[in-house]
Design a protein around this ligand. Structure first.
Ligand code: NAD
Length: 488
């Protein structure tokens, strides 16, 4: 596959000729090297996107949609290879990349392909004599910066609505996981996307990422990543007042009430935290258990955690793979030391698997820690297979714990009481709430958070509107204009 920067429809070397080594987190082996984009390369990509913007913005919406639909078909055609590529690059188990990530990527492009010609303007009922309509215009060139945890899926979440709305794009995948985005770049050309409409520039945050955030020719930056970097992007956007959309970190609260279906809650809560090794912004990383069921829940939950098959992500039987990089594994482990220093108790896990075949990889067993709500392990995003447990005695206390971090992204609750389900869903500080489930996503449902988790939304009409500017047009149909001045 291509490993250059995609600029203006060609895969090219970076100006500085530098390369980024891409490693397999299962054993640290080198997969390949890709070209590294620096500031000058981002500038070239913005030039290409700027040149392509007028024609793409004027391409009939149905035609833009058709290209995205063709892309979705191509992704399905190449699904097996794409899933394996994503698994090697990220460590995400093959059964997930095959069963979730790649199908969801195709579904997202298909959804926005279908939406392209369905975003309608409006006619506003103004005073008689005038016709006022609001048209939705593309923004021009948008910059998109994505992280390493679900690279192929996030490529579709970002590109789908931006392209459907008629924008051109400079997309920067994470330096750790650039491969599937570059492959999507190849498939986009095969689907018939004109040169320069999508430019893909793998590179580091401090160079390529910061240049996107500050570039005067970029109208909007859509960012998925950590909260500190999100803040720096907002600061950098001030130069040309570019729009910013931020999908940032989370510390998902997952509340289990005393009347919950415990079997379902145990299974759903395990998926909530251990899927993708806990490397999910919406991970249910705080289990908030009603005291009456806490012991029984934890007995079943820790038994389930211990049964999860941790191993080589390329083995279709593997349920949990390695963390995505050695540096990230070290960061997650540092949180385990912090938790111990704070007086937290490890209920299960906390160490690397004993299997010698996994010794060279970035592995950590599913980990459950009992801790106080104010502890750092309970308030900061760990982004690994680590869940903290708290107990509560009544709904008010449960909600107070749930809403007690700086974040507000995803949250869940398990109960059979319908009124409580609605009440707690209403009062949870979160952009997304799941009742008797966790971590459901759909291309039609807005995805994003509040407070320290950012603002703006991926997915659905919310995302599409976020890639357009409303233009209000006034037509004098038959109005007599009042004479404001006495002369002439
Ligand atoms: P990160 O913030 O370190 O990096 C994300 C992206 O930003 C990468 O492409 C990186 O190269 C780039 N970047 C880094 N510094 C930059 C800078 N100064 N200017 C511009 N770009 C820069 O995050 P990560 O470690 O790759 O991903 C994990 C984080 O992403 C977690 O905090 C997680 O919660 C968050 N995340 C959020 C969502 C969401 O939808 N809310 C989804 C997934 C991940």
């Amino acid at each position: 596959m291509q490993t250059g920067l995609l600029i203006g429809g060609k895969f090219v070397d970076g100006d500085a000729g530098a390369r980024i080594a891409v490693h397999d987190p299962h054993d640290g082996s080198l997969i390949t090297e890709v070209a590294e984009a620096r500031e000058a390369d981002v500038d070239r990509a913005v030039d290409a996107a700027t040149a392509a913007a007028p024609d793409w913005g004027n391409t009939p919406a149905a035609e833009r949609g058709r290209i995205l639909l063709r892309l979705a078909d191509l992704i399905e055609h190449h699904a097996a290879d794409l899933a394996l590529l994503e698994t090697r690059d990220t460590g995400h188990p093959l059964r997930d990349t095959r069963g979730l990530d790649v199908p969801r990527t195709a579904a997202t492009f298909r959804y926005f392909g279908g939406m392209a010609d369905k975003v309608e303007g409006t006619v506003i009922p103004v005073e008689r004599g005038f016709l006022n309509y609001v048209d939705r215009r593309p923004l021009g060139v948008v910059g998109q910066i994505v992280p390493w945890n679900f690279p192929v899926m996030f490529t579709s979440w970002k590109l789908g609505p931006a392209l459907a709305a008629g924008n051109t794009v400079v997309l920067k995948p994470s330096e750790l996981t650039p491969l599937s985005s570059l492959r999507i770049g190849e498939l986009l050309a095969e689907a018939g996307l004109p040169d320069g409409v999508v430019n893909i520039v793998p590179g580091y945050g401090a160079t390529a990422g910061a240049r996107i955030a500050g570039h005067p020719g970029i109208a909007k930056v859509a960012f998925t990543g950590s909260t500190p970097v999100g803040r720096s992007i907002v600061a950098a956007s001030g130069g040309n007042l570019k729009r910013v959309q931020l999908e940032l970190g989370g510390k998902g609260a997952n509340i289990v009430f005393e009347d919950a279906d415990l079997a379902a809650a145990v299974a759903g809560s395990a998926f909530a935290i251990f899927h993708n090794q806990g490397q999910a912004c919406i991970a249910g990383s705080r289990l908030i258990l009603h005291a009456a069921i806490a012991d029984e829940f934890l007995e079943r939950f820790t038994a389930l955690a211990r049964s999860i098959r941790v191993g080589n992500p390329k083995d279709p039987a593997t349920e949990m793979g390695p963390l995505t990089s050695p540096a990230h594994r070290d960061r997650v482990q540092s949180f385990l030391r912090i938790a111990a220093d704070e007086g937290g108790t490890v209920l299960t896990g906390g160490t690397a698997p004993a299997d010698p075949d996994l010794a060279a990889g970035c592995y950590l067993d599913p980990t459950v820690i009992s801790a106080e709500p104010g502890h750092r392990i309970a308030t900061e995003e760990v982004f690994g297979p680590v869940v903290v447990v708290h107990t509560f005695d009544d709904e008010t206390e449960g909600l107070r714990i749930a809403n007690g971090t700086e974040y507000g992204l995803g949250a869940g609750l398990w109960t059979r009481d319908l009124s409580r389900a609605h009440r707690v869903a209403r009062d949870l500080r979160a952009g997304m709430v799941w009742v008797n489930s966790y971590k459901r996503v759909n291309p039609g449902s807005p995805f994003g958070g509040v407070a320290g988790s950012g603002y703006g939304r991926d997915m659905g009409f919310e995302a599409m509107h976020g890639y357009t500017d409303p233009k209000s047009v006034w037509i004098n149909v038959d109005a007599d204009l009042p004479a404001f001045y006495s002369g002439g």
